[in-house]
Design a protein around this ligand. Structure first.
Ligand SMILES: C[S@@+](CC[C@H](N)C(=O)[O-])C[C@H]1O[C@@H](n2cnc3c(N)ncnc32)[C@H](O)[C@@H]1O
Length: 189
C-alpha cells in the first residue's frame, strides 16, 4: 500500500564523502555522549541502557532456552561507537550482577562505512567483548566473511544493529540492506 504522505529523504552533511573526517569524529562523539548520558529526574536511565534492557527482554537471558547469548551483535553504522560499547557493558555486566549464570559473554562488533578506528580502539580497550573492523563496511553489502566468522558451524546467529542510522538510507538502499539481512537469516534492530 502506498504511504499517505510520501517519505521525505533529506541528507546529513557528514554523509558526504568530502566532509572532513576529523569533524565527522566530533559529530559522532557528540552522538555517543547523548546515548550514554543519564539525566536524573528526566530519564530513568541512559538511552543505551534502555536498548540493552529491550534486547535482553526480547531475546531472553540465560534463563530462557533461546536467548541473547545465541547472538553476536554487529553494529553496521557504529559512527563513533554510539550506544554499542555501553549496551555491551549493560548486557554482560548487569546479568553478572543479577547472578545470572552466563555461558560466555555476548560479543559486539563495530563497523561503519567511515570507520572511526581511533575512537573504537579506545572503546575496545575497555572490554574483551568489543571488537571492530578497520576497513570500510557497507551495510548493504555485508561481507560474507565477516558474518560467516560467527555463524560457522552454527556457532552463533548474527544480529545486525542499526542505531540512529536507518534514516540515512533512501528506499532503494534500505531495501538492499533488508534483503541482505533476510538472505543471511540475521536478526535486525
Ligand atoms: C547518525 S550516525 C549514527 C552513529 C551511531 N550509530 C550513533 O548512534 O551514534 C549514522 C552512521 O551511519 C553510517 N552509514 C551511512 N551509510 C552507511 C552504509 N551504507 N553502510 C554503513 N554505514 C553507513 C555513517 O557513516 C554514520 O556513521
Amino acid at each position: 500500500m502506498a504511504p499517505l504522505v510520501p517519505r521525505m529523504h533529506v541528507f546529513e552533511i557528514a554523509d558526504f564523502p568530502w566532509f572532513p573526517n576529523f569533524l565527522r569524529a566530533y559529530f559522532q562523539a557528540a552522538l555517543t555522549a547523548a546515548w550514554t548520558t543519564h539525566v536524573p529526574i528526566l530519564q530513568s536511565s541512559s538511552p543505551a541502557s534502555l536498548v540493552a534492557g529491550l534486547l535482553t527482554t526480547h531475546l531472553g537471558d540465560n534463563r530462557t532456552e533461546t536467548n541473547i547469548h545465541d547472538y553476536v551483535f554487529i553494529d553496521f553504522c557504529a559512527g563513533g561507537g554510539g550506544p554499542t560499547p555501553s549496551i555491551e557493558r549493560h548486557v554482560n555486566i548487569d546479568q553478572q550482577r543479577e547472578n545470572i549464570e552466563l555461558p560466555e559473554p555476548v560479543q559486539f562488533v563495530l563497523t561503519d562505512l567511515h570507520p572511526h578506528v581511533e575512537l573504537w580502539s579506545q572503546a575496545a580497550t575497555q572490554s574483551p567483548n568489543l571488537s571492530y573492523v578497520r576497513e570500510s563496511v557497507d551495510a548493504s553489502r555485508a561481507p560474507r566473511d565477516l558474518t560467516a566468522r560467527y555463524t560457522r558451524q552454527g556457532k552463533k546467529k548474527v544480529f545486525r544493529l542499526f542505531n540512529l542510522a536507518f534514516h540515512h538510507f533512501d528506499d532503494a538502499l534500505a531495501r538492499r540492506i533488508l534483503r541482505d539481512t533476510v538472505e543471511g537469516s540475521h536478526g535486525f534492530g
